[in-house]
Design a protein around this ligand. Structure first.
Ligand SMILES: Cc1cc2nc3c(=O)[nH]c(=O)nc-3n(C[C@H](O)[C@H](O)[C@H](O)COP(=O)(O)OP(=O)(O)OC[C@H]3O[C@@H](n4cnc5c(N)ncnc54)[C@H](O)[C@@H]3O)c2cc1C
Length: 428
C-alpha cells in the first residue's frame, strides 16, 4: 500500500498569502533539505558528540546556496529577507529535516534584524560585508541571563529583568554582565547583547549592542549538553568591561525596547513554523510506517482507533500551519493590521507559537505510540523529532509566559497590580 500524506503543496496554505518568490524559495529549501540533510541527519546528530564537522559542512553548503546574509538590504548584497512569513516557511522546511542545523543561519537573521530595521549605517557598514563572504559568518542574539530568560521577555518587567549593564563612557559603551543559553554561543563572530543602561529608566533603559569577537573582556564558558537540538551550540559567556563604539547600539532609548519586542514576536512566529515542520516530519514517518505494518490482519492505519489518532495529528498540523501563516502575514502587513509590536500582534504570534509547539509535542508523542517500539527506535526519526521539538515549547517565554501574552491581546491583562508583589518588583 502506498503511503499517502495529506500534505499537498497546493493546499498547504492559502496561495494568496504566500508570494510566488516565497514559494520558489521554499521549493529550493525543500530540495536542499531532502538532498543534503535528510540522508545524513542521524549521522550528523551523532557526530556532535565528537566534533561539529558534518554540521559545518551543511552550514557551508547553506552559505554556498546564498542563505547567509539573505536578511540584508539589497544595497548590502542581501535579498531583504526579513519577512516573518518567509522566515517561518523556511523554518518549517528545516524543521521537517533537521531543525537545529537551521539555527546557525536563523540566529544570524534574528541578531541583525534590529540593525536592518533601524537602518543603523555604522553597524551595517562594519558587519554586513562579512555576511557576504564565502565562509560562514555566524551571529547570536544574546538575551537570556543566569537569573532568567522569561523576566527579560515579560513586557510588564520593563527591562528590570536585564542585569547586564551598559554604561556610556565617552564614545564607547562599557558592558558588564553574563549571558546563558544563546544559540551559537562560543562559535559566533558577532553578538547582539541585550543590556540595561539604567533599570530606573524602564523601557528607555533597554539597550541592544553589537559586540564582535574577539573583544577584550568578552570570555566564554562551556557548551551545554542537551537532550535534543544537538546540531546547534549553546553556552555561557561574560562581559568584563567590554568596550565597543557607541554607534553599535541598535537604535536608541525607547527604540531598542520596541526592536526587542519586535524581535521576540518575530521569533515566536518562526518557532511556530519550526514546530509545524517537525510535526509534519513525524506525521510522514508514522503514515508510512502504519501503512506497511499490520496488526490483527490489516495495516495499523486501517484500524479505527489509529485513524482517529492520525486525524487528530492532521488537524493539529493544519490548524497550526494556518495559525502561523496568518499571524506572520499580519505581522508583515502593519499598514493593514496595525503596529507589529501591538498587544494584539504579540497575542497572535504567541497563540501560534504555543499552539504549534504543543501540537508538535502531541504529534511526536502519538506517532511514537502508533509505531510501538519502533517509534522509540532511533532509525525511524520520530524520537529525534520528539527531542528536538521540546525546547521550542520551552524557549521564548515557554508555554506559561506565552499564554499570558495571548491573554494580553484579549483583555487588559496586567501581571502586576499595585500590591505587595508589585512593591517588591519595584525594589528589584
Ligand atoms: C537550545 C536552546 C536555544 C536557546 N537559544 C537562545 C537564544 O538564541 N538566545 C537567548 O537569549 N536565549 C536562548 N535560549 C534560552 C531560552 O530562551 C530560555 O531558557 C527560556 O526563554 C526560558 O528561560 P529560563 O530557562 O531562564 O526559565 P525562567 O525564565 O526561569 O522560567 C521558568 C518557568 O517559569 C515560567 N514563567 C516565566 N515567566 C512566568 C510568569 N510571568 N508567570 C508564570 N510563569 C512564568 C516559564 O514558562 C518556565 O516554565 C535557548 C535555550 C535553549 C535550550
Amino acid at each position: 500500500m502506498e503511503p499517502v500524506s495529506i500534505e499537498n503543496k497546493q493546499n498547504r496554505f492559502m496561495q494568496e498569502l504566500v508570494s510566488p518568490g516565497d514559494r520558489l524559495l521554499m521549493e529550493a529549501i525543500r530540495e536542499f533539505v531532502n538532498r543534503e540533510i535528510m540522508p545524513i541527519r542521524r549521522e550528523m546528530e551523532a557526530s556532535t558528540r565528537g566534533d561539529f564537522g558534518l554540521v559545518e559542512e551543511v552550514q557551508q553548503k547553506l552559505v554556498d546556496l546564498g542563505m547567509q546574509g539573505s536578511f540584508l538590504p539589497p544595497e548590502y548584497g542581501g535579498w531583504n529577507l526579513t519577512s516573518a512569513l518567509t522566515t517561518s516557511l523556511v523554518a518549517e522546511e528545516f524543521g521537517r529535516g533537521e531543525p537545529s542545523c537551521f539555527a546557525a543561519i536563523g540566529s544570524g537573521t534574528w541578531a541583525l534584524r534590529p540593525a536592518v530595521i533601524a537602518g543603523n549605517k555604522a553597524v551595517l557598514d562594519e558587519f554586513a560585508p562579512r555576511f557576504k563572504g564565502d565562509e560562514p559568518y555566524i551571529a547570536c542574539f544574546a538575551m537570556t541571563e543566569p537569573s532568567g530568560g522569561c523576566n527579560i521577555e515579560n513586557l510588564d518587567m520593563k527591562g528590570k529583568g536585564i542585569q547586564t549593564r551598559a554604561e556610556l563612557d565617552g564614545d564607547e559603551w562599557v558592558i558588564n554582565g553574563a549571558k546563558v543559553w544563546p544559540t551559537n554561543s562560543g562559535i559566533s563572530d558577532l553578538y547582539l547583547v541585550v543590556c540595561n543602561t539604567d533599570p530606573e529608566l524602564g523601557d528607555d533603559g533597554i539597550a541592544m549592542i553589537y559586540v564582535p569577537v574577539p573583544t577584550p573582556g568578552f570570555t566564554f564558558g562551556r557548551f551545554e549538553d542537551k537532550v535534543g537540538f544537538r546540531c546547534s551550540r549553546e553556552g555561557d559567556f561574560s562581559f568584563d568591561n567590554v568596550r565597543v563604539p557607541k554607534e553599535w547600539r541598535a537604535a536608541g532609548p525607547g527604540e531598542d525596547a520596541v526592536l526587542l519586542h519586535d524581535n521576540l514576536i518575530f521569533a515566536r512566529l518562526f518557532s511556530a513554523g519550526w514546530s509545524i515542520g517537525i510535526a509534519q516530519g513525524a506525521f510522514d514517518e508514522v503514515l508510512a510506517f502504519t501503512s506497511e505494518r499490520s496488526v490483527a490482519g490489516k495495516p495499523i492505519r486501517q484500524h479505527t482507533v489509529a485513524s482517529g489518532i492520525l486525524a487528530d495529528i492532521a488537524i493539529g498540523i493544519q490548524v497550526g500551519r494556518d495559525a502561523y501563516v496568518n499571524a506572520a502575514y499580519m505581522f508583515d502587513h502593519p499598514e493593514t493590521y496595525g503596529p507589529r509590536t501591538s498587544k494584539q500582534m504579540l497575542s497572535r504570534s504567541s497563540l501560534a507559537k504555543v499552539f504549534c509547539a504543543d501540537t508538535a509535542v502531541m504529534v511526536t508523542n502519538k506517532a511514537m505510540e502508533l509505531m510501538g517500539s519502533y517509534g522509540y527506535a532511533a532509525d525511524y526519526n520520530v524520537e529525534k523529532y520528539w527531542r528536538d521539538n521540546k525546547i521550542i515549547q520551552i524557549w521564548e517565554g515557554g508555554g506559561q509566559l506565552g499564554r499570558l501574552d495571548v491573554a494580553r491581546g484579549c483583555y487588559d491583562y496586567d501581571q502586576f497590580h499595585e500590591n505587595e508583589l508589585y512593591e517588591r518588583m519595584q525594589e528589584m
